[in-house]
Design a protein around this ligand. Structure first.
Ligand SMILES: Nc1nc(=O)[nH]c2c1ncn2[C@H]1C[C@H](O)[C@@H](COP(=O)(O)OP(=O)(O)O)O1
Length: 210
């Protein structure tokens, strides 16, 4: 016997606790079997009214003469993880900012580099089983030969900038992980796996397999 199919939807959102940056809600929803259920949901309190994205992540490629292209990464202590993390530069979108403007501002603040936007993703979710948090990934090229990018000055003293060659990205990340006590952002690792696939096994892309 087949179950009747309902379009699942949210019917109620109750705030259980609110902090300055984050709130906890009880979300009441109707599931596909037409049953009423609840979910514990975390939300940021800071999402600007002009966008569905909370923040941006920045894939910044540093291009310099006579150097390999490098991905600009940041290492910092993340209190929720209780350890350092290796991430793409990232940050929250300020009110009335576009993703592109936020990305160039955050890149400059966190790494000192001035970049040029070459692409931007749609709004994507980050951890949908826990939170409605969203991000747009912004692709940025940095002209490392430009005089203002030769000795970049960051504005955040607790953020360490790490340059990793694009053609060995996954290998270099694995080396960082081996040293221990650091967590790598899953977006970073998945990008690294995609790069390895593209560089070393282009004919084995899953889409080409029968
Ligand atoms: N969940 C958070 N708890 C906090 O206590 N403070 C937080 C949270 N999220 C952001 N912030 C604060 C910390 C910074 O001062 C500002 C801006 O963060 P931003 O640099 O834009 O984003 P991250 O790269 O994710 O730190 O917000």
């Amino acid at each position: 016997m087949s179950c009747p199919k309902t379009e699942p939807h949210v019917v109620k959102e109750e705030v259980l606790a609110t902090g300055k940056w984050v709130k906890l809600e009880r979300t009441t929803y109707v599931d596909p079997a037409d049953k009423i259920r609840t979910w514990e949901t975390a939300k940021r309190t800071t999402r600007p009214s002009n966008t569905d994205a909370d923040g941006v992540g920045i894939i910044a490629i540093l291009k310099r003469t006579l150097h390999k292209d490098c991905v600009v990464m940041v290492k910092q202590f993340r209190p929720p993880m209780g350890c350092h993390t290796l991430e793409f530069p990232a940050g929250l979108i300020d009110n009335d900012e576009t993703a592109e403007i936020a990305a160039l501002r955050e890149l400059k603040e966190e790494t000192g580099y001035k970049g040029e936007v070459v692409g931007v993703t749609p709004v994507t979710c980050l951890d949908p089983g826990l939170s409605n948090c969203t991000t747009q990934i912004v692709m940025v090229n940095i002209n490392g030969d430009d005089v203002e990018n030769v000795n970049p000055t960051q504005q955040l003293e607790f953020v360490e900038v790490i340059l990793l060659p694009l053609d060995e990205f996954q290998k270099k990340i694995d080396e960082v992980i081996k040293k221990g006590n650091i967590s790598v952002d899953s977006k970073v690792y998945i990008y690294a796996m995609g790069m390895s696939q593209a560089f070393f096994k282009p004919n084995e892309l899953p889409v080409l397999k029968q």
